[in-house]
Design a protein around this ligand. Sequence first.
Ligand code: NAD
Length: 296
Amino acid sequence: MTSIAFIGLGNMGLPMAFNLLKANFDVFGTDLNPDFVAKLMEAGGHGCPSIKDAVVKADVVVTMLPSGTIVKNVYLGEGGVFEHAKAGTLFIDSSTIDVASAREVAAAAAERGFDMVDAPVSGGVTGAAAGTLAFMVGGTVTAFDRAAPILDPMGAKIVHAGQAGNGQAAKICNNMLLAISMIGTCEAFNLGRKLGLEDQILFDITSAASGQSWSLTSYCPVPGPVPTSPANNDYKAGFATALMLKDLRLAMEASETSGANTPLGEHAKDIYTTMNDQGHGGVDFSGIMKMLDGSL
Ligand code: NAD
């Protein structure tokens, strides 16, 4: 049986690890929070007190951690993954982190003869629980081919985006576009209301016209037209503003280092920073609608 070390059993990591258990992998989990490790054990996994204990016999290591600094530390630091993994272990980092850190860790893995992919996800905690995440994967073809059967029980879509770091690049490009299109969609409804247009009528026209987008037809930021969207539940996340802001910051950092011109991405980051700083980091990112009409 393939044994998998899972490091980072938080909101996303724990349900992902549950799906690996359901697919009959042997899972050795660790987290700074012992309560999360206990939950893995209740579900049939092995709880480990340290990275060393989780990794030492693993065939695959999956990490689901908050930031690039933490990911670097977990792989490269003292007592970390590189120190204790056996030869041939495959590394999968599913955290959302900056492209530069992802490439740095992947290069360090390659120097030591390990295969590694960055495999950030979209789909949130619901997708993690349902095993329907979308994985955007960066790394060699060999590493991708090894990673795909491990990602399969956790995801509905697994796309190879190219070289190491390209998974992270795809994720931040997508989310920058999503932030911009969501703000635009909210502005259109806000203007429409001021001009006396009913939300449903504007939706019916726009969804069949050139303003159509995922933000409008799958995640409509006003209540009514798309009953499953967070707007119908007073903008309870969903995809929290604080998480969108994290991705926009990563995107703007990458814009700066790569020299890409992204003025609307920068503006979107400023708008989400304001919303977050006003104490609304937990509100769904489509809650921009309430910010525009002054009801937030
Ligand atoms: P989280 O904060 O709930 O979980 C992270 C876990 O990592 C925590 O339980 C923490 O204790 C653990 N951790 C931190 N440092 C550690 C260390 N050194 N050793 C062991 N464990 C350590 O975060 P999350 O919501 O699960 O998100 C994880 C990653 O997934 C982030 O990069 C996030 O941006 C990304 N992501 C989250 C969502 C979402 O909806 N929550 C969606 C897509 C992507």
